[in-house]
Design a protein around this ligand. Structure first.
Ligand code: ADE
Ligand code: ZN
Ligand code: ZN
Length: 257
């Protein structure tokens, strides 16, 4: 009986300790796409800083350290919530930081020539992850439902929520490896790639918040989602992964140009 009770207490704890995250596969795809679009100089710098590891391999580091309380202050860096009918710049930024401030901080730190090798590796890994998170539409969300986490849904007859569907359910159900998924993304021509790499993180947030609004409108609370939902939204998932990867490459090519 005692061990039963113990399990009952443990269950909600394990659920809370494992908040849904933009699929591990999704983050690796973003890293892989970026790796394929690095300049020679950036490739060399990345290999040096990461001691030979690639961007796909380090893409989930920022989620892995979440369970370590000494990294707690980086928790709010994974997302940004604000009223989606406003511009990010119109709203007072959270004093705890957000994904926009996080990305900017990483870029600044990586550009500085007083950064230690340890910090260089740390903030490069953070950057790879955060650019991925930024492109998960529900990571640019509304505070009142915590980026869709509080919008309960059924995904193939199991309890889920809108945030989780976009973080992981759609991608993971496919069962593709990150290399398979990266290889199956649409091929964009040079002009398309250049167009997507234009601008900075503020421009990207503005674009992603429009996608986010559509995603919010794509369901009603309690809805039962099946194949049809993924069929409808898969092109958007792919496009967000591509945009994330190409923009990460642009940022790194600029830093290490
Ligand atoms: N927690 C609160 N809001 C969130 C969001 N938009 N994404 C991920 N985690 C969150
Ligand atoms: Zn998430
Ligand atoms: Zn994250």
């Amino acid at each position: 009986m005692r061990s039963y009770l113990f399990l009952l207490f443990l269950l909600p704890l394990t659920v809370m300790a494992n908040p849904p995250v933009w699929s591990r596969t999704g983050h690796r795809v973003v890293g892989e796409i970026a790796q394929q679009h690095l300049s020679r100089k950036a490739q060399k710098a990345v290999a040096r800083i990461l001691k030979g590891e690639g961007l796909a391999e380090v893409a989930n580091y920022a989620d892995d350290i979440k369970s370590d309380t000494s990294y707690r202050r980086f928790g709010p860096w994974h997302y940004v919530n604000f009223p989606l009918d406003k511009a990010y710049t119109e709203v007072t930024p959270s004093p705890n930081g957000d994904v926009v401030a996080g990305i900017r901080f990483c870029i600044e730190t990586l550009k500085s020539d007083t950064t230690t090798p340890e910090d260089e590796a740390f903030y490069l890994k953070m950057l790879v992850h955060l650019v991925g998170d930024l492109h998960q539409p529900m990571h640019v969300g509304r505070a009142e439902d915590r980026g869709g986490n509080d919008i309960q849904l059924q995904w193939f007859d199991r309890g889920s929520n809108l945030h989780r569907v976009w973080d992981s359910e759609m991608i993971d159900d496919y069962g593709m490896s990150y290399t398979e998924l990266a290889g199956s993304l649409p091929r964009w021509n040079r002009a398309q790639i250049k167009a997507v790499q234009q601008g900075d993180v503020l421009d990207w947030v503005e674009e992603i918040q429009e996608v986010s609004k559509e995603v919010y409108e794509s369901v009603s609370v309690g809805e039962k989602l099946y194949y049809r939902y993924r069929y409808t939204w898969w092109d958007t998932v792919e496009e967000q992964l591509l945009r994330g990867g190409l923009r990460l490459a642009a940022v790194l090519n600029d830093i290490y140009g």
